[in-house]
Design a protein around this ligand. Structure first.
Ligand code: IMP
Ligand code: MG
Length: 329
């Protein structure tokens, strides 16, 4: 068994969908596995000129690869069936490709109602937190308890071990800054967003090959804490970068890339390939900033900004790729 992992290194919305989509196209995977989160996630994917936003269903479905919602996720059956319909009506075949781990927990209407009242954290109100709380208090529902989900259920052990050679792409949701353990608690989500989270879905550690860490040229965050930088330039970045939540449409707060947080995320995830997306947005505003602790560093040119980032990482042993907005490549 071989497994590669895609993780977010900031607060979600780094462009993981784009990286996953590319890897699905080129990587020869037998399975794509979503390993954390629920329909709080919104992956924006440009496929053959069409825009799709998926919440639950992994990107493998666009390429006829078996796509699994793992036991590290929480699943809203209503949203799941809605998404299946949307994909089918967008011309994507889902038949025989979509699977749900039978031990995945379920988001109920009550969970959504409760989460809908949140103001403290600024959640996506999709029922995530209450569903994970009930999982850990041993009071939840499993996918295998829900009759309508029966046709999609699998046992991850049997799927991974009884079907010959498997090559699995593990697709993470959210990011390091939202991780339940490593994020800025309590302004976090309720799941494990790091590469370690993938292992909780039946992936043995020694099968891990590459870990693709995805970041953006600047930081964005959606939620209740104050995050937006004070300079006016962040309103330009927000507008030009079209920084609106894929799930809730909320404005994403923007700030310069926090290099120390990025370093922590790279270290703890064990990133082998670091992708920094949306460099074209900074090029358009032509201001090149980076945060280090409480200081803001400014660079005259794109090249100096890139060199500063390169010098922070051990690029002898890690691939570093600067990339552009998804719709522009
Ligand atoms: P929850 O995951 O809905 O409980 O929300 C907790 C925090 O994570 C809030 O600040 C959300 O805005 C944020 N969040 C959850 N999912 C995503 C995502 O996919 N992208 C960006 N932020 C997210
Ligand atoms: Mg997103």
């Amino acid at each position: 068994m071989i497994a590669d992992v895609v993780v977010g290194l900031q607060y979600g919305d780094e462009g993981k969908g784009k990286v996953t989509h590319h890897l699905c196209k080129t990587g020869g995977y037998t399975h794509v596995l979503r390993f954390n989160g629920g329909c709080n996630a919104g992956h924006t994917i440009f496929h053959e000129g069409k825009k799709f936003v998926t919440h639950h269903i992994p990107a493998g479905v666009f390429f006829g690869i078996k796509s699994i919602i793992g036991n590290g996720c929480v699943l809203d059956p209503v949203q799941f069936f809605r998404e299946l319909d949307e994909l089918e009506s967008g011309g994507i075949n889902t038949k025989g490709l979509i699977y749900i781990a039978k031990n995945c927990h379920v988001i109920t209407d009550q969970h959504k109602e409760e989460d809908g009242k949140d103001t403290a954290i600024g959640t996506t109100k999709r029922g995530n937190g209450p569903a994970y709380r009930d999982k850990y208090s041993r009071d939840g529902y499993l996918a295998q308890d829900i009759p309508s989900l029966k046709p999609y259920l699998i046992d991850l052990h049997d799927e991974f071990w009884n079907h010959g050679e498997t090559k699995i792409l593990c697709e993470g949701a959210q990011g390091f800054g939202l991780d339940i353990d490593w994020g800025d608690y309590p302004f976090v989500t309720s799941s494990h967003c790091t590469s370690a989270g993938a292992l909780l879905n039946g992936i043995p550690p020694q099968s891990i090959r590459r870990i693709y860490g995805v970041a953006k040229a600047y930081d964005t965050y959606v939620g209740s804490k104050r995050f937006h930088g004070h300079e006016n330039i962040f309103n330009d970045i927000q507008g030009i970068g079209k920084e609106f939540g894929a799930t809730t449409g909320r404005r994403r707060q923007c700030n310069w890339l926090d290099i120390k947080n990025l370093q922590r995320a790279v270290d703890i995830n064990g990133v082998t390939d670091l992708i920094i997306n949306k460099v074209d947005i900074l090029r358009e505003v032509d201001v090149w900033g980076i945060r280090r602790d409480t200081a803001t560093l400014k660079f005259d040119t794109e090249q100096r900004w890139k060199s500063y980032i390169e010098n922070n990482f051990d690029i002898e042993n890690m691939n570093l790729i600067f990339s552009e907005s998804p719709e522009r490549i």
